[in-house]
Design a binder for this molecule. Structure first.
Ligand code: C5P
Length: 223
């Protein structure tokens, strides 16, 4: 029996959304079920990789044979990812909230008749993928995702450089496509040497194919 292609390889992943608290009962979040990221984690584990997944709040179960760290905010996700480096590859699938509120209220913000609605002041969250892509302990293979509703390829190309990634897996999440929360996905793999367009398939199939492509990339011996 041939050994599994990713045996001995460590892969750090993120998946799911982050929740950024406004007050103890309210939060800001992105739409993300975690289905695609969790499916990739499971597919990599089936190929023998040691997968460490940092997951935001999701309702789906932890993927099989994957060590999962559950976090809530972008800052917690960043801290967990940093703790898990070095690794052979990093795959950042999470839909991280770009902004959080500047001042989280310690008590529930009350509706007061006759008063103005509260104005939220926002500040930028850390970019976890860019941090990993430019890290001193950067994995050999760094993969990001790009969920776009317009200018898919141009935005993905830009992201390669800005985030220090090797591949960007780009998908169109405009409402008509039903990707968000759904079970299917049509992706393009954007690398410095070009674009691979994959047909519409299940998120499971995307995960299988991506895991195989990652295994092939990590097997190329460095000289
Ligand atoms: O810039 P944008 O959010 O479109 O980039 C998406 C990619 O960057 C995804 O791989 C996502 O996981 C990652 N990301 C991140 N931290 C952020 C924002 C995005 O890791 N704060």
């Amino acid at each position: 029996r041939s050994p599994k292609p990713l045996a001995g390889k460590t892969i750090v992943m993120t998946s799911g959304p982050t929740h950024e608290p406004i007050d103890p009962v309210r939060y800001i979040a992105n739409r993300s079920s975690g289905k695609q990221g969790h499916a990739i984690a499971a597919a990599l584990a089936r190929l023998g990789a040691t997968v460490r997944l940092v997951s935001g709040p999701v309702t789906i179960p932890d993927p099989e044979d994957v060590a999962v760290i559950h976090v809530s905010t972008a800052r917690e996700m960043r801290d967990a990812v940093e703790q898990l480096l070095p690794a052979d590859a990093a795959i950042m699938v999470a839909a991280v909230a770009d902004w959080r509120t500047a001042n989280e209220a310690g008590e529930k913000i009350k509706k007061k008749p006759g008063e103005k609605v509260p104005a939220l002041q926002m500040i930028e969250n850390p970019d976890i993928l860019a941090g990993v892509g430019h890290s001193k302990s950067r994995p050999r293979l760094v993969i990001g995702f790009a969920a776009e509703t317009q200018d898919l390829l141009a935005n993905a190309q830009r992201k390669l450089d800005k985030k220090g990634a090797d591949w960007i897996v780009a998908n169109d999440v405009s409402h008509a496509t039903g990707v968000m929360g759904g079970d299917r996905n049509a992706v393009r793999i954007v690398t410095r040497s070009g674009v691979e367009e994959w047909p519409d398939m299940s998120k499971e199939e995307v995960a299988e194919r991506l895991a195989a492509k990652i295994a092939a990339a990590l097997q190329i011996v460095e000289v």
